[in-house]
Write a protein that binds this ligand. Structure first.
Ligand code: PLP
Length: 321
């Protein structure tokens, strides 16, 4: 199951034969005829398998709902035991509407409005990922007004470069997402002093469609080192380390992403790092989006309706489960 699921964007129940693409026994041409195109088809069995693999691999995982904010998809992620990552107030509402407990929703984003912060606090969102000092101050005021102490993670820029499209690389030192690494400790100190905020840990997200394991390990090392320094310099206990999402998928000729290999490597590295820095092992959190819903482009269905798939087509069937 793992190999087939990890190999490509095709759902595990996709098959190709002389008549074209079939998904879980239903010919794509029939779906296209019934619903018209463009059409996104989700193989529930495949989605659940992916959720289960993520769930079994990492201690805690949030589905980044921006990848596909479909009500049914979000409900399945909840049903399979994943928490949810929302990037906007609208996504927070979508998560709650789908039945997520507020405590299982994590709210991030680098441009949260005061209204969105208020919405998250009023809903009792479990964790907010703050980009920096300005946001922490706004959060602190809003939480104190509500007589609360909001659990937060501080997003930092880990200065890790990744091989992906430049528009979706977010871990390099010029990134506008998060607090610059050299300033992180001071911001953590400031957060610790805020009554309306409870600093639970640190987060980084290096980009999307990343196919190498190495950048995630380097990100983890950076965050563990920050946790160690925070403990040494200020007695700050980092309970959670969140390395973000961005695990790549196979669209055309990319290799698949070995999520289980990554999981094992991260956990081993986390234990080693915690020992080296003499800190309690923080809980590891990940935020996969695309990897859970690597929906093939609707053009595949389009082309299968017109004619059977042929070698050389953009969407290769060679990875069909
Ligand atoms: C902070 C954060 N986490 C997770 C994700 C999910 O990324 P992906 O869908 O590539 O896994 C994103 C996507 O932009 C993000 O910005």
């Amino acid at each position: 199951m793992t190999d087939a699921v990890a190999a490509g964007p095709w759902p595990r129940n996709a098959t190709f034969d002389g008549t074209g693409l079939t998904i879980a026994g239903v010919p794509a041409a029939e779906l296209a005829h019934r619903f018209d195109t463009p059409l996104l088809v989700v193989d529930e069995d495949d989605l659940r398998s992916r959720c289960r693999l993520v769930r079994a691999t990492f201690p805690r995982a949030c589905y980044a709902v921006k990848a596909f904010t479909s009500h049914s998809v979000v409900r399945i992620a909840i049903d399979e035991g994943l928490d949810l990552l929302a990037a906007t107030g609208g996504e927070v509402e979508a998560c709650l509407r789908a039945g997520a407990p507020a405590s299982g929703v994590v709210f991030h984003g680098n441009a949260k409005t005061d209204d969105e912060i208020g919405l998250a606090l009023d809903a009792g969102i479990g964790l907010v990922i703050a980009d920096g000092l300005d946001e922490l101050r706004r959060l602190d005021v809003a939480a104190r007004e509500r007589d609360r102490a909001q659990p937060v993670l501080l997003r930092v820029v880990p200065e890790v470069e990744v091989r992906t499209h430049e528009a979706i690389a977010t871990g390099h030192d010029a990134s506008k997402f998060g607090t610059a690494l050299p300033a992180a400790l001071d911001v953590m100190r400031a957060a610790e002093a805020m009554r309306g905020v409870r600093l639970d840990g640190v987060q980084a997200h290096v980009g999307s469609q990343v196919l190498d394991v190495e950048p995630f390990l380097r990100t983890l090392d950076t965050l563990v080192e920050l946790a160690g320094r925070a403990k040494q310099a200020a007695g700050i206990v980092v309970g959670t380390i969140d390395i973000g999402g961005g695990f790549g998928v196979r669209y055309v000729d990319e290799h698949g992403f070995p999520i289980d290999v990554l999981g094992r490597a991260l956990l081993a590295r986390l234990a080693e790092g915690a020992e080296r820095w003499a800190i309690e092992v923080p809980e590891l959190l990940v935020e996969p989006g695309r990897w859970l819903v690597p929906t093939p482009a609707s053009r595949c269905i389009e082309s299968s309706r017109r004619r059977p798939w042929r070698a050389g087509d953009a969407c290769s069937p060679s990875t069909a489960a």
